[in-house]
Ligand binder design. Structure first.
Ligand code: ADP
Ligand code: MG
Ligand code: MG
Length: 883
């Protein structure tokens, strides 16, 4: 087996197409080499080796050592150096690289191969001992932390003490001798911590680092990250070993990161940051404040530190050319890492850049207009779920703002919440339903939990490419980073802001679009579809086959749904309509009535109210289909609970409170979700369904007169398990329709259909289709009944199921395609066999979930229906499923 793939010198054994085998980083390094770009030579150990490693008790296959030795020789040949050589030593970095970028993975080890001997060779060769010893101490620090598991702080402490002792402000002031001193102190500390000296043998160092990368695949951070991002454990990580180039070789050296377009706005302009005389993670770690790459960005930021464009024009020009080449080659916005060693540019990484949802829209639309990609491609480029970010509120520009700090606009959107200073506190608050802003000096991968739990993130240090900024953008959370005027005092647990002291629990608002930090809560504006968003939506609409409807039960919902492009209502629940003041009393009278005639009397009071609900919704939805579900929940949900409520109803009905209490108790159910609900109510009390049907038909007639265009009401009978149930209710509905039409001398188009939410209904769908003009898959209940898991009680064990690997995803969030999906498939096929023109749709929570929508396309459903705010997501996901 070939475990090792070499790249360098304009050639590579791998390519960008082999991300599964080489990981994203390795595949793209190979590709850049083949494109003839300046990339330090190196090699990639495959992800297959990672799988082999875990399948064989964390051991390597025999062939690996020889392949790695041969690759090291080849890299040395290209670099004109030898690994472990005392004259011209080859130094390497060891970099992890999974298929999908994973910030939870092992940190990169740089300068590997340095020891007491090779450091002298590097010093002599460079004619710069300061640089050599700076590299050595960095290596010791990183290696000890990443490979040997020593706490980073051990070394930071020593460093800070030395800095203080010598009276230095920044690390770059250390001389060669100072660093030698620091190294001696480091070594002493290592011996006392580990009982063994720092490993001097470069080969031992290399295998130690390789082993650390493979082990890191299973570290808790990585495991959590994979779980949150649905990355399978079986993928494994690759290891990249690459010849070092040095951005810390003096004032003509630098290291940086950049995007080919602005990752926040999508604007077509090179965008990035760099640091002079620095290495690796210095830029993102927020150790010094980084400088802008372009002059335009420097001016826009009002920074007085020179841009790369001014400082190193040649390297800058080379870099802009390469950025352009890579963007055209990959046909997507790229995220680049580079280093400049004594004026010479080296590329260290390229990948598709993470971007905000609005940047994604702009980049996709621009690239389609530039002819770089097709419109269909533009549509598939947008992560449908990420649109959620744009469908959230922003700060009302006319609202007064009490600004207490200013940082970088690191991830757009606005958020209000209580201050919390730790990820734990954010999670605790979330569990209690409280909204928080996570306030940190800087975040690290350990904070991912807390960032998920918080509404927004505020850091006092770090740039636009800091951990907080990158992760927040990925999550679609508002973030303000590097708010330098704010100070977090951990000991006191306070945030100091322009002379004010804020405590944990105080409310603040952050505006990720401007970088402002505001005191208190601030009014927000609702989002709308315009510009690039509406362009993408129109391209999506051209591509999609399925219709998108909304679940809406008020005129306001219906209006929102239409403004987001809904093509009808897929589920209008009627129960909430009975909870309004004034109605609940009539409803209770109806439920508690002893005789049918009493019940009809109470229902007569409800009829006009119910009709007026529908008239308004039908007017908003003029010309479109509206599915109305008959009363579904068990009756006792409407019953009076308090003594006061019981008294009120008793008085209205002219019965004693005692009698009422007895009747209430008689309605008690042990298992109401499987009890007297759904069509069972319509069978026990047909007059309820009849009243609702009358309200619907009369409203349809009225609305058609007012709005000109009629809606086509689709009357939906819930919780049908047997065709006889549906036939019974349908006969009543049809009779009412006939009466209303005769009374008014008009004809009405309407359909009667059912929800498929019980396994039996799915299995007998052909028979049920005999009386159903449509099926709507109620996948919430269908998931409950197929799994026999109560949705309301699932939280206590589903998370355990996930962590123990029993299930990959919550089936109430993303449709269980294998089981529940199979029922949907069976019912669709049987329904179509019995009635070819049957309309099929889905109205469960899953109707707004992109993965579930993809499944609906494979089954050939006619439409999906979801909450109004998810309509644009569903439109896009339906298009992506069809492309
Ligand atoms: P991550 O996946 O966390 O970005 P990388 O493996 O990309 O980690 O390494 C982080 C940084 O380390 C790179 O951006 C680069 O600045 C530096 N680095 C990695 N390998 C080398 C190398 N061979 N020479 C110089 N710098 C390197
Ligand atoms: Mg990187
Ligand atoms: Mg249901």
């Amino acid at each position: 087996t070939k475990w090792v793939y070499v790249f360098g010198d304009g050639r590579a054994e791998g390519s960008a197409g082999e991300k599964n085998l080489l990981g994203g980083k390795g595949a793209n390094l190979a590709e850049m080499c083949s494109l003839g770009l300046p990339v330090p030579p190196g090699f990639t150990i495959t992800t297959d080796l990672c799988s082999h490693y875990y399948a064989n008790g964390r051991t390597y296959p025999d062939a690996l050592k020889t392949q790695v030795e041969a690759a090291l020789d080849e890299v040395g040949r290209v670099a004109a150096r030898r690994f472990g050589d005392a004259g011209q030593p080859l130094l390497v970095s060891v970099r992890s690289g999974a298929r999908a970028s994973m910030p939870g993975m092992m940190d990169t080890v740089l300068n590997l191969g340095l020891n007491d001997e090779t450091v002298e060779a590097i010093a002599a060769e460079a004619g710069d001992a300061r640089f050599a010893y700076d590299s050595y101490r960095r290596f010791i620090q990183m290696y000890c932390n990443v490979v040997l598991g020593l706490d980073h702080d051990l070394f930071e402490e020593i460093l800070e003490e030395e800095k203080a002792r010598l009276g230095y402000e920044v690390d770059t002031e250390f001389s060669a001798e100072d660093w030698q001193n620091v190294i001696a102190l480091y070594k002493g500390r290592i011996e006392s911590e580990l009982g063994a000296p720092f490993p001097q043998d470069p080969h031992e160092q290399l295998w130690g680092a390789v082993g650390a990368v493979f082990s890191s695949w299973m570290n808790p951070r990585a495991v959590t990250y994979r779980r949150l991002h649905d990355i399978p454990e079986s993928w494994g990580t690759a290891v990249n070993v690459q010849a070092m180039v040095f951005g810390n070789r003096g004032e003509d050296s630098a290291t940086g990161v950049a995007f080919t377009r602005d990752p926040s706005t999508g604007e077509k302009a090179l965008y990035g940051e760099f640091l002079v005389n620095a290495q690796g993670e210095d830029v993102v770690a927020g150790i010094r404040t980084p400088q802008n790459i372009t002059e335009a960005a420097r001016l826009a930021a009002g920074s007085d530190k020179p841009s790369l464009e001014k400082l190193m024009p040649e390297a800058f020009n080379a870099f802009t050319r390469i950025a352009d080449t890579l963007e055209r080659h990959y046909r997507d916005m790229q995220d680049l890492e580079f280093t400049i060693e004594r004026g010479k540019l080296w590329m260290l990484q390229t990948r598709s850049g993470k971007r905000t949802a609005s940047a994604a829209l702009k980049v996709a639309v621009d690239m389609a207009n530039e002819g770089l990609i097709t419109r269909d491609e533009a549509v598939t480029r947008i992560d449908a779920a990420s649109l959620d970010q744009l469908l959230h509120p922003t700060i009302d520009p006319s609202a007064p703002r009490d600004i207490i700090g200013m940082g970088l606009p690191a991830s757009p959107g606005a958020a209000t919440g209580e201050i919390v200073f730790s990820s734990e506190a954010a999670e605790e608050a979330k569990a209690e339903g409280r909204r928080t802003i996570l306030v940190r000096v800087e975040t690290s991968p350990e904070d991912i939990h807390g960032m998920h739990a918080a509404e927004g993130i505020l850091t006092t240090r770090g740039g636009m490419t800091s951990h907080a900024a990158v992760v927040a953008r990925g999550m679609g959370k508002p973030c303000v980073s590097g708010a330098g005027s704010l100070r977090v005092d951990h000991r006191k647990g306070v945030l100091l802001a322009m002379g004010q002291m804020l405590k944990a629990g105080d409310t603040i608002t952050i505006d990720g679009a401007t970088g402002q930090v505001l005191k208190g809560a601030v009014p927000m504006l609702q989002p709308e579809l315009s510009g690039d968003f509406s362009t993408i939506m129109s391209w999506a609409d051209e591509a999609r086959r399925m219709k998108v409807r909304a679940n809406a039960e008020t005129p306001a919902d219906a209006r929102t749904a239409r403004s987001f492009g809904a093509e009808g209502i897929g589920l209008c629940r009627t129960e909430h309509m009975f909870f309004d003041d004034g109605r609940i009393l009539a409803m209770r009278e109806m439920i508690l009535a002893d005789t049918e005639s009493d019940r009809r009397a109470a229902l007569a009071k409800l009829l006009p109210m119910q009709r007026s609900d529908f008239v308004e919704i039908f007017e908003v939805m003029a010309g479109l289909p509206v599915t109305i579900r008959l009363l579904d929940p068990p009756l006792h949900e409407f019953l009076p609970k308090t003594e006061e409520e019981i008294g009120e109803v008793a008085a209205a009905m002219g019965v004693s409170a005692e009698k009422l209490r007895q009747r209430t108790e008689a309605l008690h159910e042990f298992n109401p979700m499987l009890g007297h609900r759904g069509c069972r109510l319509a069978i026990s009390y047909p007059e309820i369904a009849e009243m609702q049907a009358r309200a619907i038909f009369e409203a349809a007639a009225e609305a058609a007169e007012k709005a000109g265009k009629p809606v086509v009401p689709e009357v939906m009978v819930p919780l049908v398990g047997m065709s006889a149930e549906l036939t019974f209710v349908k006969n009543r509905i049809d009779a009412v329709a006939k009466t209303v039409m005769e009374e008014r001398g008009i004809t009405l188009d309407y359909l009667v259909g059912t929800m498929i939410e019980l396994p039996r209904a799915a299995l007998r769908a052909d028979e049920i289709a005999g009386s159903a003009a449509f099926f709507s898959f109620g996948t919430n209940d269908l998931t409950q009944t197929a799994f026999g898991i109560s949705r309301d009680d699932a939280a206590s064990f589903l998370e355990t199921y996930r962590t123990r690997g029993i299930i990959e995803q919550d089936p109430f969030v993303s449709l269980d395609v294998d089981g529940v999906g199979e029922l949907v498939r069976i019912a669709s096929e049987k329904g179509r066999t019995a009635r070819p023109e049957i309309k099929l749709g889905i109205c469960g929570e899953h109707g707004g979930d992109p993965a579930s929508i993809r499944f609906c396309e494979t089954v050939g459903l006619d439409y999906v229906s979801c909450s109004p705010f998810r309509v644009p997501i569903a439109r896009l996901a339906a298009a992506q499923a069809a492309i």
